[in-house]
Design a protein around this ligand. Structure first.
Ligand code: P6P
Length: 334
């Protein structure tokens, strides 16, 4: 199947799975097109004057980059008219975005982080777009409410990300494994290059922001200390560390060669429930990681079984190679 375009791939998927409706196929193609446009804007960087701050803050109280706002607007504008969505939610918007009355309303809900890792954009490090698709709970007649978005991660129909790095990649799951597409810039098409990605069960690589070490809970302190002791410690092997500070880049490395990613609860983020957002960062990444044979927990419970209470809710995240995630989770319970 490698070499097929995303469009051809989706036709095949739809043929084999009735749950993949024409609208869902159209929505995915639409998301891919928006990611291509975001990638073009990012690629122009300073030349297009799209770097730097936008002078505004988002719902998280974080300063927005121009590309945060541009990417968000791109995703909104490109989706609202295609008749597949009832509403959208974004890290960059306080409230859900209703499809304007002049456009038909569809059955799906789209959630996204339009530009994850945007603090890296001005220093030319890989960033990404993360997205998640849910089916709306109420009938088409009723205007969607934020409560319809508050579904556990197990309800996701589609999850994926685009990573804007040396290549622009689109990594996608429809619930039947994880497939990776590379953007052929001459064709302007995403082409299947890494079908059915699998995370190795074991690893020698961990990803965490070590500068938070003094704030971690005992379980994470213990786990990381054992990794740092290397071959002479209880793990009896040396480990390597990576931290890109773009979740999409770290997760893509783990999907490709294994590893464990941790943004655990710490005394700094405890009051907020963690750093990363459940609905449009943790849940889509957890879906992808589990579909690739890995595991994803909050340190205590499976991320995809967390019942959301707020749209911009945060959770601790421990995901990647199954044996390592299980060890960290076990330490939390001991
Ligand atoms: P820190 C980016 O802002 C992000 O949400 C994730 O993409 C990334 O993994 C994390 O925050 C980086 O956090 O504290 O290391 O800057």
């Amino acid at each position: 199947m490698t070499g097929v375009t995303l469009s051809r791939y989706l036709v095949e998927q739809q043929r084999n799975d009735p749950q993949i409706t024409h609208d869902l196929r159209l929505l995915i193609e639409n998301i891919a097109t928006a990611c291509k446009s975001i990638g073009v804007a990012i690629g122009k960087g300073a030349i297009a004057g799209v770097l730097g701050g936008a002078g505004t803050d988002n719902v998280q109280g974080e300063a927005q980059k121009k590309l945060d706002v541009l990417s968000n607007d791109l995703l909104i504008r490109s989706k609202q008219a295609n008749g597949t969505l009832a509403a959208m939610a974004s890290e960059e918007m306080d409230e859900i975005y209703h499809i304007p009355p002049e456009y038909p309303r569809g059955d799906y809900l789209l959630l996204f982080d339009p530009l994850d890792g945007s603090s890296n954009i001005d220093v030319n490090i890989s960033v990404g777009t993360i997205f998640s698709v849910l089916r709306r709970q109420a009938g088409p007649g009723r205007a969607p409410t934020v409560d319809e978005f508050l579904q556990p991660g197990t309800e996701q129909l589609v999850a994926g990300y685009a990573v804007y790095g040396p290549s622009t990649l689109l990594v996608l799951t429809l619930g039947k494994g994880v497939d990776c597409f590379t953007l052929d810039r001459e064709l302007g098409e995403f082409v299947l290059t890494h079908p059915q990605m699998r995370i190795p069960e074991d690893t020698k690589e961990f990803a965490i922001n070590m500068s938070n070490q003094r704030f971690w809970e005992p379980a994470v302190q213990r786990y990381v200390e054992e990794l740092l002791m290397g071959a002479s410690g209880p793990r009896e092997k040396d480990f390597n560390m990576r931290w890109v500070a773009s979740m999409v880049a770290d997760v893509h490395r783990i999907l490709t060669r294994g590893g464990i990613f941790m943004y655990p609860l710490d005394s700094k983020t405890r009051d907020q429930g963690g750093k990363l957002r459940l609905m449009y960062e943790a849940n889509p990444m957890a879906f992808l990681v589990e579909q690739a044979g890995g595991a994803a927990t909050t340190g205590r419970a499976r991320i995809m079984e967390v019942t959301p209470e707020k749209l911009h809710q945060r959770v601790p995240v421990v995901l990647g190679s199954k044996s390592e995630v299980e060890r960290v989770t076990r330490y939390h319970h001991e």
